[in-house]
Design a protein around this ligand. Structure first.
Ligand code: ZN
Length: 175
């Protein structure tokens, strides 16, 4: 969970200021997934209602009450053109969501947050320890598998070190 280059430095490298960002989403509210939210105090935050309403995991504060938010109840085609779709994938936490990204050259990528945590869990349909709901986890894995099959997509697993080592990082990008 170490970032060699902080998000602020990555944005600066691209000439993007935090106030230029109009929309953001979090997969879920564990501390290693929401640490930068308040760097964007005026940016619309897309989060599942079940996650937003989940009482204080780990006893830590999460979002400022005044932060603009859209509380989702299920999947959301963010721009209405299918390019970015938030996919409800509960199980790791009550309102975990993934992000389906469709790129012209690369094709579909499913950014899965902590939905499966590690590749071995995905390969064996194993429920990661610490998940809040086992049956929801199984259903979410099936939903993800169906989407990947339909879209001929790649699954990106954020905490999988071996896979992460093969990916490009900012300022490199996928087309
Ligand atoms: Zn997590």
């Amino acid at each position: 969970m170490e970032a060699a280059k902080k998000l602020s430095a990555q944005l600066a490298e691209l000439g993007v200021k935090p106030e230029d960002i109009k929309a953001m989403a979090v997969s879920h509210t564990h501390p290693d997934h929401i640490g930068n939210v308040e760097m964007f105090p005026n940016t619309m935050l897309y989060v599942q209602k079940a996650e937003y309403d989940w009482p204080q995991p780990l006893g830590l504060g999460r979002f400022k009450p005044e932060h603009p938010v859209t509380k989702l109840e299920g999947d959301k085609d963010v721009f209405g053109d299918g390019s970015l779709t938030l996919i409800s994938t509960p199980g790791h936490t009550p309102g975990h969501q993934s992000l389906l990204v469709k790129l012209p050259k690369t094709g579909a990528i499913l950014l899965s947050g902590d939905a499966v945590h590690f590749k071995e869990n995905w390969d064996n349909r194993r429920i990661p320890s610490g998940n809040t709901d086992q049956s929801a986890t199984v259903a979410s894995m099936q939903k993800m598998a169906d989407i990947l099959a339909k879209e001929h997509g790649q699954l990106w697993i954020n905490h999988d070190k071996a896979q992460s080592a093969t990916l490009k990082y900012s300022p490199a990008f996928y087309e």
